[in-house]
Design a protein around this ligand. Structure first.
Ligand code: ANZ
Ligand code: ZN
Length: 839
């Protein structure tokens, strides 16, 4: 025996060896098949958390497994390093965002290295580095030149006390996070990317992503939101100056006879025109501007309206007049910014009609007999047939819709159209810690791109955070520059780019990083698309959509011939832990409590503690476990093993001390097998079959990202080897076990491999192969009965002839004893199943 495996010593040693031998540096020139494995890069918040550990362990297993299968693997790591928390730290602690960020990166890089991830550190990047964001500025200008960037007025969250623009996440319950003041909406000229030009492509492309979770594709589909419908004009009942009519968009033309009002958005030109003459209307519009700009804020607000003096005529009945309201639930930037309300069949319209006493009429029913059933309680959003709808009566929704669109187009009062929910991407942020938008504003020339040879536009270091607002705006000199076009006095754009821009192309920069351009096309195409992308489901919509858009935009510009950046996507579950609360309701951390019998006790005070729900580890619940002391105590392999073993990877994993201890014991068990040098001769056929079956199953499980299944197989193999007597097969099985375990527990594997005299490093060894012939189970178990009663079970080769099965059964000691010399009257054989001896 060689004692215990000591991770404290071994982990570091093997990590140093891998680095020295540059095992994980990806060679773009390699002739091997290429695999690109990527986990969503972390925000350098300060320390690695368990969620990172789980996420990166999964990617690491795939990367190491593919490498052993003979692939050239790109598995890089970097830092999504711009963003709000660095500025908050600057405001709270007076430390520069850059200093704070780089310090965090140092810490977290060391932590990741301690876990032994097979990462190509030579390609490490941080988005806050001018050598990264300078290239991003160049790409932004490429998009600008291609007409995919424009500027328009758009609403922002404005904190009237701090006098600053707030990000959506800084608006909490409609109030500024610091000042607590009610947030207002303000218009500001901002930069937009024309993602809507790609709406159709982004939607169609989803069909090709068959290695993405269905739910993510569905979320993207809904976000893009393609709706077919009818656009038409309501004419004013009385002629009104400058108003030709109200254009509306509907996806439910079949409900047109259920209309009881028309509503326009507060920002609609007609609303604005009315407000100019009506102070009450103006006040209502101002009221609508209060509250956050996020869709969630708008949808949550109570439905409110203002009845204008305007009345319009129903397009299918000149006698039918409808009132026009300004309503807070109608969005300006969807469809036409105006609707007709059908309270019977739309919940928002229903609530609105209830509030303002408008008619609620049924125009859809399950069947024609139900035409007179009243609508109560809530709107009926149902499939059925048109009722109370004149010539539409009896038609299905689809038929009625087609009929109305045809009539509208024939008579010229409307036409079939498509509306998209997807909006252009507003990328301006009024913040310091981001990529400066490389534009210069000139009074004469307008918005002028910064000349390419002046990139990167570098953030000034000397900024202060003692006053609210954007430090770039307040900086005494930074923004004052000469116009690149006319040489006159001009101003830099002081907005920075949304950090989602940074993460929209980092996977391309990982694949190729020349100094003089964002990437080399040929080299990037060697690696892209990413074969397996792994990350949190919270990025299912925005990040993935923006990265898909950016890739398509580059393709459109002829810069990269890749349509979809991520072929395979996996969204892993969270790491959870029980929560604890003290008597006063405050949260306690797991190391402040201890279990006492069935009860929990606060260690310091001795007071009882109430254990709460098992929740995602979070600072607010104080139920986090810091990976670092765990790594120090149990070693990297135990942590990695536990992360993979307990739950299917898409589900949540509950952290438990028992779990990590079990993993640590398993590491030692494998070590004992490796150091158990009992040599033996001969073959052990059963063990060989087991081994080959496990090799096949582990490979299949990793291919399918079912890591917990791979782990379960490896447990079985260890059990089988432990039970097997010494033999040549057993020694071989131990070597194979070490290789199979290497992607999950790489330090242990290297140590054991060296001990067994393996060639070179186990990471460089070839993944064990299996013989398919050995996978078929050709032994069966025969039940041996006497007079129908089970007396013995025997193992026999599959397909054993009847006579042989009979002979085998009669030769059994137990049968002999039972028969006590008597000869059987009859023997019934069910091949491969049973032998019944009638005595
Ligand atoms: C009449 C109607 C009857 C509607 C009915 C719905 C149900 P989707 O499917 O999501 O595209 N709408 C149109 N423009 C709007 C805007 N700017 N702000 C708020 N709502 C708007 O939604 C389309 C439906 O949303 C349209 O169809 C319209 O209401 C409303 F039983 O018209 B419907
Ligand atoms: Zn100029």
């Amino acid at each position: 025996m060689t004692g215990r495996f000591d991770p404290a010593e071994a982990d570091r040693r093997w990590q140093a060896r891998w680095a020295e031998q540059r095992c994980f540096e990806a060679d773009s020139e390699s002739a091997k098949p290429k695999t690109y494995v990527l986990e969503m890069f972390p925000y350098p918040s300060g320390r690695i958390h368990m969620g990172h550990v789980r996420n990166y362990t999964m990617g690491d297993v795939i990367a190491r497994y593919r490498r052993m299968q003979g692939h050239e693997v790109l598995h890089p790591m970097g830092w999504d390093a711009f963003g709000m928390p660095a500025e908050n730290a600057a405001m709270e602690r007076g430390v520069h965002p850059g200093q704070w960020t780089w310090h965090n990166i140092e810490t977290m890089r060391e932590q990741l290295k301690q876990i032994g991830f097979a990462l190509d550190w030579s390609r490490e990047l941080a988005t806050c580095d001018p050598t990264y964001y300078g290239h991003e500025q160049a790409l932004f200008l490429d998009l600008f030149d291609a007409g995919l960037v424009y500027r328009k007025e758009s609403e922002v969250n404005w904190d009237p006390v701090d006098m600053t623009v707030l990000a959506n996440e800084q608006v909490i319950d409609g109030r500024g996070w610091r000042s607590g003041a009610l947030v207002e909406r303000r218009k500001l000229a901002q930069w937009f990317l024309k993602i809507t030009d790609f709406a159709e492509e982004l939607l169609d492309g989803l069909k090709t992503l068959d290695q993405w979770p269905d739910k993510v594709r569905l979320m993207q589909e809904n976000w893009i939101g393609k709706s077919r419908g009818l656009q038409f004009r309501f004419r004013p009942a009385e002629p009104v100056d400058s108003i030709d009519g109200v254009d509306v968009f509907t996806t439910r033309p079949d409900t047109i006879f259920g209309a009881s009002f028309v509503a326009i958005a507060a920002g609609h030109p007609i609303a604005q025109a009315l407000a100019a003459q009506d102070s009450e209307a103006a006040e209502f519009i101002a009221e609508c501007q209060r509250g956050g700009t996020s869709l969630a804020d708008i949808e949550a607000a109570e439905k409110q309206g203002f009845k204008t003096a305007l009345e319009v005529v129903h397009p299918l009945d000149p006698e039918w007049r409808l009132p026009v309201y300004i309503a807070n639930f109608v969005l300006m930037d969807y469809g036409t910014g105006a609707i007709f309300g059908v309270p019977g069949h739309d919940q928002r319209d229903f609530e609105f009609a209830r509030k303002y006493g408008l008619p609620i009429k049924r125009v859809v029913a399950a069947s024609s007999e139900d035409a007179s059933l009243p609508i109560t309680g809530e709107a009926e959003v149902i499939d059925g047939v048109a009722v109370n709808s004149r010539f539409l009566d009896g038609l299905t929704g689809e038929q009625a819709t087609a009929d109305i669109i045809r009539r509208a187009e024939e008579a010229g009062w409307g036409k079939g159209t498509i509306a998209w929910r997807l909006r252009d991407w507003g990328v301006s942020r009024q913040r310091y810690w981001g990529t400066p938008i490389p534009i210069i504003h000139c009074g004469k020339c307008g918005a002028v791109p910064v000349p390419r040879d002046q990139l990167p536009v570098v953030l000034p270091e000397d900024v202060s955070f003692d006053a609210p607002g954007n430090p770039l705006d307040r900086h005494p000199t930074w923004k004052h520059v000469d116009c690149p076009s006319c040489g006159g006095e001009a101003m830099r754009e002081t907005d920075t780019l949304d950090t989602f821009v940074d993460s929209s192309w980092y996977f391309i920069r990982f694949a190729s990083q020349p100094n003089d351009r964002p990437f080399d096309r040929a080299e990037a195409e060697q690696w892209l698309p990413v074969g397996q992308y792994i990350g949190g489901v919270e990025h299912a919509i925005l990040h993935l959509l923006y990265a898909r858009f950016w890739t398509r935009a580059l393709q459109h510009l002829g810069k990269l011939n890749v349509a979809e950046p991520f072929t395979g996507l996996f969204t892993q579950g969270m790491v959870t832990h029980e929560t604890y609360r003290a008597g006063d309701g405050s949260w306690l951390s797991p190391d402040e409590v201890r279990k006492d019998g069935d009860d929990w006790i606060h260690i310091e005070s001795g007071h009882p503690v109430t254990p709460g729900r098992i929740e995602k580890m979070s600072k607010s619940r104080r139920n986090t476990i810091d990976p670092e002391p765990i790594l120090a105590k149990y070693g990297a392999d135990a942590v990695r093993w536990f992360m993979l073993s307990d739950s299917p990877p898409e589900r949540d994993l509950e952290w438990s001390e028992a779990g990590i201890e079990g993993a640590a014991r398993f590491v030692q068990r494998v070590w004992r097998l490796a150091s158990d040098q009992r040599s033996g001769e001969g073959n052990d056929e059963a063990l060989q079959r087991k081994l080959h079956r496990v090799i096949a199953a582990v490979g299949e499980a990793i291919d399918g990202l079912q890591f917990n299944k791979a782990v379960a197989q490896l447990y079985e193999l260890v059990n089988a080897i432990e039970k097997a007597p010494p033999s040549t097969t057993r020694a071989d099985a131990i070597r194979s076990l070490i290789q199979l375990i290497a992607p999950m527990a790489p330090h242990l594997a290297e140590e054991a491999w060296a001990l067994l005299g393996g060639d070179g490093l186990v990471v460089e060894s070839a993944w064990p192969s299996f013989d398919p012939a050995l996978l078929v189970d050709d032994q069966v178990t025969l039940a041996i009965q006497i007079n129908g009663k089970l007396r013995d079970t025997l193992s026999a080769p599959r397909g054993l002839p009847r006579e042989d099965a009979e002979a085998l059964a009669l030769a059994s000691d137990k049968v002999q004893r039972q028969l006590a010399g008597a000869s059987p009257r009859k023997v019934i054989v069910v091949p491969d199943r049973l032998v019944n001896i009638v005595a």
